[in-house]
Unconditional design. Sequence first.
Length: 265
Amino acid sequence: MIVTASAADTGGNKNIVIKTADEILLMKEANQIVAASLAMLRTLVDVGVTTWDLDKAAEDLCIKMKAKPAFKGYRGFPGSLCVSINEEVVHGIPSRKKKLRKGDIISIDFGVLFRGFYGDSAITLPVGNVKEDVARLLVVTEESLEKGIEQVVVGNRVSDISKAIQAHVEGSGFSVVRQFVGHGIGSALHEAPEIPNFFQGERTARLVPGMVLAIEPMVNMGTYKVKVLRDGWTVITDDKKPSAHFEHSVAVTEKGPLVLSSREI
Ligand code: MG
Ligand code: MG
């Protein structure tokens, strides 16, 4: 059953789809396939591996687990993974020509469709040893996701998530991408509400049980500004400094955040 939250509950956003307990269980299964895939990819990331190799491995495992890669064909995207290296922020296209080099960082974003529901999660990994400030960028970005998840409490607003992420990132001397945001997720990959990683005012949806949110801070070492390359997909930082990205799909419950894409649940 799909029930839409009342306008009063969601801060006026009538388009937010509230999931039943059974639907959240299915979403957990979809997200656990994503989590298992990312865990497998983590073991493959190494010097000399191409982003094409990673894409193929993810697609094969996903199909074996009876799920469908969600990004392939989405608005014409050619890969199963979004793989974004160094100054690439998000939406990098897997390529046989892109070999990982020592000192790179690689963001791997993966989504699947399983029994009618989507899972979506991303990690950023170092390839061998990376510079100290780059290692810190990864730590701070993952921490900012955790700070955002801590705000997934009934009665809070989406803006509380945004504020927590921005405060941690900017307090650490990095910047938050504004052009791309997190999103609700369910039987569609991208649902309402948008979840910006920066504060734009309090007038945002209030969190109610049954909402599922894909929270995904994209954090830049330098300017927050980004641009899209001529391939129509790859987003890079304006100043070519590195960028990191972590994402979890999180259900709002009376007991607090339930991180559906965590390996630990
Ligand atoms: Mg994603
Ligand atoms: Mg997402």
